[in-house]
Design a protein around this ligand. Structure first.
Ligand code: AMP
Length: 212
């Protein structure tokens, strides 16, 4: 299964992605995680991406496409994958089609999780993330033991780019300006599956499985 998951930040993409990859036994490829990893390891990609990520701006297409191309060529992605956070621009969507075409592959579906902006904002302002395994929590549903991850024992904290309303609004604006138009791109290719993102995690997941 080759999938893309679209949706504004705070739509629950991370949570649903974790469940999708478990059910379909495919790796999740999250460009945001890849950039954060590169930044914390201070490698070349990290140095180039750091200022964009910190300000909630999109990293230039060229660099982003290059890291996705590299990641998709790894063995574990040969039979399927879920791309989370990529593509975010039309150029990235077109590049992904070219990369897949070169391998005689195609996307099975582009899932678009939809929630109103105020819901995204509320979720992001309260979001806390495990710095070790990436599991998401919220101020309203914290880990059981003093901000220590229930799954791996890592430290659960606020993501650096979730700390200011202005940065969050910038990221949501990016989504609406650059990524929302991708829905028509995938609709034209008959791969778009729109998923209402409100309700419980189980309800949203059931909708995804039904759509697939
Ligand atoms: P995310 O974890 O998906 O919210 O991504 C965090 C940040 O990484 C974004 O605000 C961007 O700065 C950068 N980023 C992640 N994916 C992309 C992408 N496909 N294109 C450009 N920038 C990206």
């Amino acid at each position: 299964m080759r999938l893309v998951i679209l949706g504004p930040q705070g739509a629950g993409k991370g949570t649903q992605s974790a469940r999708i990859v478990e059910k379909y036994d495919i790796p999740v490829i999250a460009t945001g995680d890849m950039f954060r990893w590169a930044i914390s390891h201070e490698n070349e990609v990290g140095q180039e991406a750091r200022d964009y990520v910190r300000r909630g701006r999109l990293v230039p297409d060229e660099l982003t496409i290059e890291i996705v191309r590299g990641r998709l060529s790894q063995d574990d992605a040969s039979d399927g994958f879920l791309l989370d956070g990529f593509p975010r621009t039309l150029a990235q969507a077109e590049a992904l089609d070219v990369i897949l075409e070169e391998r005689g592959q195609a996307l099975d579906a582009a899932l678009a999780i939809e929630v109103p902006e105020e819901v995204s904002l509320r979720r992001l302002l309260g979001r806390r993330v495990c710095s070790n395994c990436g599991r998401n929590y919220h101020l309203d549903s914290p880990p059981q033991d003093n901000w220590t991850c229930d799954r791996c024992g890592g430290k659960v904290e606020r993501r650096a780019d979730d700390d200011e309303e202005a940065t969050i609004r910038e990221r949501l604006k990016n989504y609406h300006d650059s990524t929302e138009p991708l829905k028509s791109y995938y609709e034209e290719r008959d791969t778009l599956r729109v998923i209402p993102g409100e309700g419980t995690m189980d309800e949203v997941f059931d909708r995804i499985v039904a759509a697939l």
